[in-house]
Ligand binder design. Sequence first.
Ligand code: PMP
Ligand code: GLU
Length: 376
Amino acid sequence: MKSLSEKIAGIAPSATIEISNAAKRMAADGIDVISLSIGEPDFDTPAHIKEACIEALRRGETHYAPSAGIPALTNAIAEKLVRENGVPVKPDEVIVTCGAKDAIYEAMEAVLNPTDEVLVLDPSWVSYEPCARLAGAGVRHHALSTETFQVDDTLLDAVGPRTKMIVVNSPSNPSGAVLNGDSLRMIADICRDHDLFALSDEIYEKLVYGKEHVSLASLPGMAERTITVNGFSKAYAMTGWRIGYAAAPRPIVRQMEKVQQHTISHPTTFAMFGAVAAIEGPQDCVESMRREFERRRDYLIPALRDLGYATAPADGAFYAYVKVEGDDMAVARSWLHDAHVAVTPGTAFGTPGWLRLSYATSMESLKEVVGRIARV
Ligand code: PMP
Ligand code: GLU
């Protein structure tokens, strides 16, 4: 066989997905493993969303759709961004994608050239760097304080001559931190002063506990340089539907549309009708899932602290980010093999010495996990 793509060979597999696959294999072998490795709500998609999709299927919504998504959904998303997020967006500045992940990838393809660099704030979710590299660009990492997980003026030192885009993710996967007003203002100032694009991944916006989510694009002068990414996976328990979106200035969306036309065409037509129902239907399902995540957080974080672990703020998303002694990869291996608890090592997020535990699982499993960790 001839040699394969060096670009792809140089990209790490997704740690979150690989570890979750390993846990699934252990479970298939009859091992009583509890997986806190993947960030996926354990709830079923709310019934009215499923019904809207089934109804669309029955109506025959089984054909190609406009490549940026069905108008009912791009309209609903634009209205939502104006109404809830204070982001001035028109429907033709929205593109519906196969999950938020696809929106991130397409945005990077749309904006970056090989001489460009993307600035990523660590700890950072596992797929930002690979998406930038798939788009052929370079990546520069900036470590946030592991005390506050907020931005300070050292961020300015991380901006180089090639920096073209900064990736912001609040609430954060993996730290659970929610960026405060000062952090967002500092990022916005740097973007304006250095003419940078921002990719603001707001997929966890609905999952905040006692904090307020603010969209970066709502800050003065930011809508014209921000790609706001969001989706339905986390807020509506729709991970398998693969529906996400981006909102950005029209020239960026137009470029993303070309990537989409030549690769996936568009997300599944009838699934998009379910997403319309998610946005336009009752939102109490979102609040009841949020409250349940908060209840689990309120149990897990103090329980881990009682075991002697320091944890990151956990103000949003559904992750406990836990400081461990020694090599996080070794600790994660030992938890998996000795306690049958699967977690993701902080090395995968650019911060060795930490572990990420997803609490998107039942309270009963979380209690069992705490017992098992205490024993190892
Ligand atoms: N961004 C972050 C921070 C995530 O945790 C996830 C979860 N996979 C995604 C984007 C992608 O979500 P999806 O593709 O399921 O919409
Ligand atoms: N976002 C989730 C996680 O971080 C899902 C897996 C993935 O897409 O990485 O675990």
